[in-house]
Design a protein around this ligand. Structure first.
Ligand SMILES: [Zn+2]
Length: 419
């Protein structure tokens, strides 16, 4: 009787969406229990199968009375570190201003580049922090953050340093992507190949030397970089031993996804204009299709990503906010679930897989995204009864408890409405 309980913490009487494949929808366990030890999931299953009465099994025991428990959410595509914002540009466009007028007023992506270059590390940290906090308040436990508003060595490093600091100072895992090939800086106008030389040389070498980068991304598009230039970036990444991902087929089909698949990319992102050859190549290479409904909505796009083709070919689909000042000023991952259902006709189960299991895959993480023994204990308790409520309700944040690596990092953050 004096022996200490086997587990540190135990949640029970919860509806657990394990999100593992092949079983019940959502991998759902009704009246489930989940135990945590040393930052990992030590046990998950039906309450009836627990090896004893819950209160004898852990030092801290929580009765969730039917509340829903899911893996911690993963936002696998953001540009949330930047300075300034483009609300005025948004306003001007809606007042009827032309692109030329907006450019004359200093708008567009290069205005974000100017503001970000001008901001010191502390300012960049302070301006970006509220965006990250919005995500965390909705149960995000892992976030990807890209560079790409510096477009020169020093500012690209500074952006990635801020992203790394977030991972050290806040209860969230941060995966960083180097996106030097995001846009052409003003000083390289008409010399895009010279700029790619810089990206593939000094710039990537410096971000790698400082240990600031987990993957390499690029923007392959008419208004971004050609597929030949993208391939040079991929080759540079390969020389550094880094995985790649790609902004591809957002506005046209440049066969970027196919190229990404050739380089065994973790993900290809956007993909509204992808053709069947691209989808098949992604299926073959295990590249995740990362869909970004916030950008689709904000740019009032009408061409839908080919969901049915992804399903038929077995391409895993992830979802993300694409949080950025120009095309997706979105700071709510839950809203993306709703948009993906309404705009893309994804099912609620697909959307939740898109921000858990498949989002983990899009970042190359094998230790999270699914609730099973031995995985990282990153999960969320929600004030809802069924996981479909997460994508069904709009503008509602039922996040109650967030656990990151076994630690309770947020608790009772919205009032309890469970009867
Ligand atoms: Zn993006």
């Amino acid at each position: 009787m004096n022996s200490s309980p086997p587990w540190e913490k135990l949640w029970h009487s919860a509806t657990i969406a394990c999100m593992n494949e092949g079983g019940a929808p959502y991998g759902l366990i009704e009246n489930g229990a989940l135990a945590v030890n040393n930052g990992e999931i030590a046990w998950v299953g039906h309450v009836s199968e627990l090896p004893g009465p819950p209160k004898e099994l852990a030092s801290e025991v929580r009765d969730e009375r039917g509340r829903c428990l899911t893996p911690g959410l993963i936002d696998c595509h953001t540009h949330l570190v930047y300075a300034g914002n483009r609300a005025r540009e948004f306003e001007m466009r809606l007042e009827g201003a032309s692109y030329e007028e907006i450019a004359l007023e200093g708008g567009g992506i290069l205005s974000t580049v100017r503001a970000t270059r001008a901001a010191g590390e502390e300012e960049l940290y302070r301006e970006s922090l509220p965006r990250l906090q919005s995500l965390l308040a909705e149960g995000v436990t892992t976030v990807e953050i890209k560079s790409g508003y510096g477009l020169e060595v020093e500012t690209e490093c500074r952006m990635l340093k801020v992203a790394r600091r977030f991972g050290q100072e806040l209860p969230v895992s941060v995966a960083t992507s180097f996106l030097g090939a995001h846009a052409l800086p003003e000083e390289y106008l008409g010399r895009s190949d010279d700029y790619i030389d810089l990206v593939c040389g000094e710039m990537i070498e410096e971000v790698v030397r400082q240990g600031l980068v987990d993957a390499v991304d690029a923007f392959c598009e008419g208004i971004g970089f050609s597929s030949a230039q993208t391939e040079r970036v991929f080759q540079a990444a390969r020389r550094q031993g880094l995985r790649v991902k790609l902004h591809a087929e957002q506005l046209s089909d440049l066969k970027g996804a196919k190229l990404a698949a050739e380089y065994e990319a973790l993900s290809a992102d956007h993909l509204e204009y992808i053709a069947e050859d691209g989808v098949r190549a992604m299926a073959e290479s295990g590249t995740v299709a990362n869909l970004l409904p916030g950008a689709f909505y904000f740019l009032r796009e009408t061409r839908l990503p080919p969901l049915e083709l992804f399903r038929v070919c077995g391409v895993p689909v992830a979802l993300a906010t694409d949080c950025n000042p120009g095309s997706s000023p979105a700071e709510s991952l839950l809203l993306m679930l709703s948009m993906a259902c309404t705009l893309f006709r994804m099912t609620p189960e697909e959307t939740l897989a898109g921000v858990t299991r498949n989002a983990a895959m899009a970042l190359g993480y094998e230790d999270r995204g699914v609730l099973e023994n031995g995985r990282r204990a990153d999960f969320v308790v929600w004030n809802i009864r069924h996981p479909a409520e997460l994508s069904y309700r709009i503008g509602f944040n039922p996040c109650r408890t967030v656990v990151q690596e076994g630690n309770i990092v947020r608790d009772q953050c919205s009032p309890v409405h469970i009867n």
